[in-house]
Write a protein that binds this ligand. Sequence first.
Ligand code: SF4
Length: 351
Amino acid sequence: MPTDPLPILELTFEGLAAELKRRYGRGAYHAAAIMSAVYRQGLEPLQTPEVQASPRLAEALARDLVLDPGTVVEDKRSAGVVKFLTRLGDGETIESVVLPMATHLTVCVSTQVGCRMGCRFCETARMGWRRNLRVEEIVGQVLAARRRFGDGVRNVVFMGMGEPLDNFDNVVQAVRVITDQRGLDVVMRRVTISTCGLEEGIRRLAALNWPHLKLAVSLNAPNDPLRDELMPVNRKVPLARLMDALGAFPLAKDAALMMAYVLVPGVNDRPEHARQVGALLAPLKARINLIGFNPLSGDGGYRAPEEAEVEAFAQQLAEAGVFVCRRRTKGQDLAAACGQLRSQGNKTQEE
Ligand code: SF4
């Protein structure tokens, strides 16, 4: 490991130019060339002609560069959904999924190895928390998807393994890097961060004042007792505090918060639940993504709803004044709620 490592996938163009200046007396010219080579031409930084033309810079970069986003070791396709497994430098593995949408591809990325939030319906929760992903391990998932599927990969959702706001600094820096126009150039309004409801993280994200960033929240329950049971985070951040934090989140004029509600028959699908959700969301600019529960392997306690049950609850929500979004394709369901990715991703593997 170099004494002063330069983790290239962790830096925006400005950050890289500043580092090249500070370390080697180079700057924007070489930074732009390296960004273009790595993110657009699929080259390694040292293969960049502008770097090769400067043997002293090439030698210094060969010594200092750190490029360790992990290696894609498995790539499975099913019904248009591609799941890829990345082995990280320390041997841990993470999942990312590329999902076909109507006009583009969405990549769903992981932010932690495992998760400590313990949501009841989530397979990642069963792993426990192993560690946070480094910035380059997050950016590397988007880069890997772009290298495989090209510029059609235009949306990035942070809904894979882990709670993004529990790895706040690295996730925020990863967003800066992937939206950098000199690099992957993903537009901010095509980036969604999903959270189970970490109040402090939501408030810190709000303070960044990125109104085009989309925020998705896994709601899943209409009242505190039920949410306490399904999502342990609710015991620390009850609904009133969560709604208060969400009310302060900056939104672009035509944007809304996306609240995911995974419908579990006999658990959170009563008519009074729909009315409670309506009352909860009334003060917010929010819409509900209603998703049928997808049973986890070995989780015998709950079943998937019938289409008619989902439709009936959607109707009750609408009557309670909630704007409901019903997603229809498997890919869109996968990209709608944290915790659905891993469960359905595993199912995809088994098919
Ligand atoms: S649903 Fe999301 S936040 Fe909850 S345990 Fe699973 S990965 Fe973590």
